[in-house]
Design a protein around this ligand. Sequence first.
Ligand SMILES: Cc1cc2nc3c(=O)[nH]c(=O)nc-3n(C[C@H](O)[C@H](O)[C@H](O)COP(=O)(O)OP(=O)(O)OC[C@H]3O[C@@H](n4cnc5c(N)ncnc54)[C@H](O)[C@@H]3O)c2cc1C
Length: 480
Amino acid sequence: MASPDTIIHRNYWLDEALAQETPRDDAPPLDGDRRADVVIVGGGYTGLWTAIDLKTREPSLDVVLIERDICGWGASGRNAGYLLNLWAKFATMKRRFGRDEAIAIGRAVDQGIEELIQFCDDNGIDAEIRRHGWLMAATRPQHDGNWPAMIDDLARHQITPYEELSGAEIKARWGLTGILAGMLDRTAGHLQPAKLVRGLRRVALERGVTIHEHTSLTGLERRRPPVVRTDHGSIKTDKVVIAMNAWGARLPELRRFIMVTGYANAMTAPQPERLQETGFADGPCVNDSYNLINSLRPTAGGRVLFGKPGTALALGGHVDASFEDDTARLLDADRRRQELDPLMPGLEAAFAWSGPIDRSRDGLPVFGPLPGSPDIVHATGFSGDGVGPCRLAGKVLTSLVLETPDELTALGLVRPPDPEFPPEPVRWIGTRLVRRAAGKIDLADRDNGRVGAVTTRLGKLIAAGVADTEAGPKESPSGS
Ligand SMILES: Cc1cc2nc3c(=O)[nH]c(=O)nc-3n(C[C@H](O)[C@H](O)[C@H](O)COP(=O)(O)OP(=O)(O)OC[C@H]3O[C@@H](n4cnc5c(N)ncnc54)[C@H](O)[C@@H]3O)c2cc1C
């Protein structure tokens, strides 16, 4: 049985993907000064989709992508692989942009997901995509109840990805116990995230994108044309794409738009017989409804991946080493037994790792130019739901770079980085207080206890539920 001491802290997904690349060569770092038509900073889904789209639409463009480590080192190579649309955030989108615009955004993300799947098929990327759905589960009586309104609201607009399931149905289908009720998004799926991002890297290279790995952005001259400074060189360019995810918080224009929080994942040893017997081998990705939400999904290799928010929190947008090993809360055996055992007993981590989430205040991403710099565009604030939406981001950023306005650049997500969080240190202190309150409410829910009025009010700031994320989405990738 694995204990925290015996767990290997490394990213299982990325190791697995890299092991299949033979021979594997990192792209050479940038050494010297050069020119390019477009420079993309960041080798995750956002940067690579944009690079591929640019070369597809304008093959003669000189597109250079710089990545400070290797492509896939960031969130794209280490996430939980939930492939989700944005319908669970419909209420927030409606309030922010109006009903028609919310529908347009949701449909654009849906289309992006279909294109992602088709792209993998067309380009020989085996990202282990399984469309087995996404289950939002209530495991405590306090958690049951706020999704029928959302399902009805969407159905009024002929949007019907969801079905309600009883605890008994869930147990019969996938052997998951202790669930009182659930909402299944039949259109969702899961995938091996690192195989997707490494596949995109391969295609980008095949299409003529120049990639420099082990090359860090060290300075950005916001003039026209902009200049990208790196550790050993510089690039004068017409356009810059910032695809740095949480690390984008180092740019003053984005710092107050996102709050960077940690999230942890763990992978069990293979247990294919058990998963086959229960039906979970073909099961959905699952979230429970705690504030510090638990996640659970099968892998194509017969393992189970589970996850939980960590404790790392960036002060002033500084994403430090604490995000690389932020697994303590996930590996707290007592908490796990109480929260995850009811669903699937005996989950033990063989591998565990963590990473930063670029959480925006409304839980929705922003695409567009950096304020005051029309030649520098970015996509930021995926808030733990980026696997599907990054496909849309790539298309939007491409049209912005090529200055070809279309129906996607007209979407509400193309907006200034707003609303903002309060300045530091208020943001950091406030977030810690809110997270602590949310954790206390979880414990009370779990143990049928009670919390005081102040804790309740603070906790509400983190967890307004699936149907209403205005006050801030739950602390989870794909927890909406
Ligand atoms: C643990 C975890 C679990 C998650 N689970 C899910 C999930 O199940 N479903 C879902 O939809 N989303 C999930 N997410 C979120 C999702 O992974 C991200 O939204 C998505 O990968 C963002 O892609 P990106 O390309 O914008 O960022 P990234 O993949 O993070 O890429 C940014 C890149 O920029 C590079 N970079 C940073 N600084 C510099 C610099 N100075 N110079 C050059 N390069 C730099 C980084 O090394 C990194 O590779 C999860 C995230 C984490 C951390």
